[in-house]
Design a protein around this ligand. Sequence first.
Ligand code: NAD
Length: 505
Amino acid sequence: MTQHFANGLPKRVPLFIEGEWTQSESSQWIPVTNPATQEVITEAPCATEAEVERAVASAKAAFASWKDVAVPVRARIMLQYQHLLKQHHDEIATILAQETGKTFDDAKGDVWRGIEVVEHACNIASLMMGETVENVARTIDCYSYTQPLGVCFGITPFNFPAMIPLWMFPLAIACGNTFILKPSEQDPLTPTRLVELFEQAGAPKGVLQVIHGGKDQVNQLLTHPEVKAVSFVGSVPVGEHVYRTATQHLKRAQCFAGAKNHMVVMPDANKQQVINNLVGAGFGAAGQRCMAISVAVMVGESKEWVDDLKIAASKIRPGAWDDKDAAYGPQISPQARDRVLAFIEKGKQEGANCILDGSDCVVEGFPDGNWVGPTIFTDVTTDMEIYKNEIFGPVLCIITVDTLDEAIALINACPFGNGTSIFTASGACARKYQHEILVGQVGINVPVPVPLPFFSFTGWRASFYGDQHAYGKQAVRFYTETKTVTARWFDEDIPGGPNMTINLK
Ligand code: NAD
């Protein structure tokens, strides 16, 4: 068993092809840095064309036998995998925290949300069940099976390097497919450890490959005739490109993209809950969550709570992953931090009122970290750039409206539809909101309503391209094809005639 982490973090990230860990022959390597210090902790290769080709050939060859492995055997590998992930939970979180900068608790949460999807995959036999109708015509029965597609391909973002790969390959493989994973080049170590454990769980050679790189490696696979389905999670422009290219090449695709998530605050809501939840959902994980709350829509008198929100937000601060008092970590890269700072500057220029400014954030002992402090803008309008764009940082925009109807109209006019929440003590307001809002994941007094894996992750509109979503029953539909059988057996073929008892000897 290869243990790349036996002596600390590996200096170079290996590829995983044909069930073997191999060093890439690439001449292009991407440095991976600790975002709190800029120390280069490892390097990820841009896999060569030949290596990508080998990954496809291996996945194709493995599919020929893997698709026929009994479903309970596949489920047992997932059970063992779930057990190993739980056993190594803290260790994976420590690797994850070092390369993403997430606080240890947050890193553990990232791993845990992935483990829950593996638990869901343990139930694959029930999930893959087809349908049956007897007697669709006399002596004719109709039934359906779900069968795997072949080689599937997954492209993942930096912000959940455990959870999002685990959204994809366990379910795809449990369905009988083989899989090629292309993790984010910004944090490739966590997926490496996840795959080592998958191998240890008994996954046969070739069912999973890992290649590293960026645009070129992705494009080679998006246009490859052997790739049957593509799962993507990442930013809007790349998501659009992946969806267009994959579908143009007649592949199935599901692409989860950016977001702008609103929390509606009704004046009858529990004020302290609103403040605590806005601080957690707006600034947690440095705002680098596709379900982060980036806009608070204060309805009526709830606007009076903004001063107290500011006081609560000014009490939290970012810090290094092992700093127990840190509320969140750094932005993933200096470029990501500069992008957030540029939006804060833009907000000021376009007339929003920056009541809490995290631009000059300093963290003692970490002068080179990509820090941004909690930032709040009031007087934000929907034509401003800070409203129209996903900032992906600890920046909360506040908009005030007079009525719930106005709040709903504003949110429904926003192109994104990933997540939203309403805080209220009124069942009637909550019911109206859940019914009328054009957003795929709605929280009622729950700020970040990420569904557990027996449901699906159901972003809408510009936050998602495709039709079948991640995990839940929809992922199984995405990773399988339905075969319908219409079968007729003739009574007169019964040995001895239709009314005879059959003697089977
Ligand atoms: P990104 O789009 O920059 O990268 C995502 C993946 O695409 C990476 O593996 C990257 O290597 C690859 N990639 C980058 N440029 C490419 C190109 N030109 N062609 C082909 N592949 C390319 O995203 P990111 O910065 O890693 O992640 C943050 C984004 O992900 C945010 O927008 C966030 O909202 C989104 N996200 C969405 C969800 C969701 O469920 N909707 C979940 C998590 C993150």
